[in-house]
Design a protein around this ligand. Structure first.
Ligand code: PMP
Length: 396
């Protein structure tokens, strides 16, 4: 019997990435490749008590099927936190709980995309979003970016010449992969254009609260006057990713559509997990937990950047992330980061070559480094080694 897969699988070959990740998992390798939170900060002991309390107080309800939109007290809490952190004006009716924001990416594509429709995204953008969207076979058009975000003139050029753009996908805060944050001015200009063309925007914001310098800027969602912005949030980076709890915040009519998609997909997100987060917020202080995360990551970011400044050749340009988990390195055009990775792995250091973050390929002269997942000592040691590899490459 011939096994014939659906056409949607054609574009989803991630074997290259899996091969690289396998190599980075060798214990002797200092890997800046992943994007994992620091496990030592997971509140394991607290969650033991929280789980017990959830089961004690409402075990029957926690273990039963529940509503698709999610546990009401959690949706209320999320709306409240969003309004105070991201300057939005949402309430529980604007929120649906998802199994991580990765599910929000998949559902958005499922909801909007027919084969051949256009999605606009930053260039580069989050690899997991590229994969989620590609399953629905759209054309992904990359909008050029600079240090301040998407370039408005470039966005307008595309929107004025294409008529089947279904949505624009953006990560304005501490972008994955570049670590860059959009300026407030850019956010305003972007929304002016979006309002003019009335195109939905998917604002993906997993890192916004992990800001190590300065104030959180207004979210794109907070500037949304026409109900065009769909905001994706998650507890993965401010709490723990294993619970798989995220959310979509949007106009109520859109949330109803997401609920239809979700009920066909997995009925609802883990009822137990949702209740555990609410109970954690009742028994402990989640803001304190976030402060602890920020304290640790700020120091790791500082160690990484300081060592890069000291050890990288001057031809290697890198971003200074004010928050989040990543920095991004650009090498001269003629250097391929995949070749640098091979050399780097011989020296037991790993990173993700940047080409994977460009949906239409090219741009092989960049790479992403993660700083959340290891000690300052290991970061310094790994960056020193990487600096030697880069010097060898750039000086030959
Ligand atoms: N969006 C971006 C930009 C991310 O970096 C990630 C996780 N690395 C996600 C979405 C998905 O996060 P989760 O599903 O864990 O909420």
């Amino acid at each position: 019997m011939a096994v014939v897969f659906a056409r949607r699988m054609d574009n989803l070959d991630d074997s290259d990435t899996r091969e690289i990740l396998k190599l980075t998992e060798r214990p002797e390798v200092i890997s800046f490749a992943g994007g994992l939170p620091a496990p030592e900060l997971f509140p394991v002991e607290e969650l033991k008590k929280v789980s017990e309390a959830v089961l004690e107080e409402g075990g029957i309800q926690a273990l039963q099927y529940s509503t698709t939109q999610g546990y009401l007290p959690l949706r209320q809490k999320i709306a409240e936190r969003m309004n105070s952190k991201f300057y939005t004006k949402v309430n529980h009716e604007n929120i649906i709980i998802t199994s991580g924001s990765q599910q929000g990416l998949d559902f958005t594509a499922k909801l909007f995309l027919n084969e051949g429709d256009i999605v606009l995204c930053e260039s580069p953008t989050y690899l997991g979003a590229i994969s989620a969207f590609k399953a629905y076979r759209p054309d992904l058009i990359e909008v050029p970016t600079d240090a301040y975000g998407i370039i408005p003139e470039e966005l307008e050029k595309i929107l004025s010449s294409k008529n089947n753009v279904k949505f624009i996908y953006v990560i304005p805060d501490f972008q994955n992969p570049t670590g860059k944050t959009w300026s407030v001015e850019r956010r305003r200009k972007f929304m002016e254009i979006v309002n003019k063309y009335e195109i939905p925007v998917l604002e993906d914001n997993p890192y916004g609260e992990l800001r190590y310098d300065g104030q959180i800027p207004p979210s794109i969602k907070s500037m949304d006057e026409k109900g065009l912005v769909i905001f994706l949030g998650t507890f993965s980076k401010i709490f723990c990713p294993g619970l798989r709890i995220g959310w979509v915040a949007a106009q109520k009519e859109l949330i109803d559509k997401y609920a239809t998609v979700k009920s066909c997909s997995d009925v609802h997100t883990s009822n137990m997990g949702q209740r555990e987060i609410v109970k954690f917020m009742e028994m402990y202080d989640i803001e304190e937990n976030i402060e602890r995360i920020k304290f640790l990551y700020r120091a790791r970011r500082d160690s990484m950047i300081k060592t890069m400044e000291e050890e990288f050749p001057k031809e290697a340009k890198f971003t200074y992330p004010e928050g989040g988990l990543f920095t991004w390195v650009e090498l001269p055009q003629n250097i391929n980061a995949r070749d640098v990775l091979i050399k780097s792995l011989e020296n037991n250091v790993a990173f993700v070559p940047g080409g994977a973050f460009y949906p239409n390929g090219g741009n092989e002269n960049s790479f992403r480094l993660n700083f959340s997942n290891m000690s300052e000592d290991r970061i310094t040691k790994g960056i020193k080694r990487l600096g030697r590899v880069l010097k060898e490459y750039l000086c030959n």
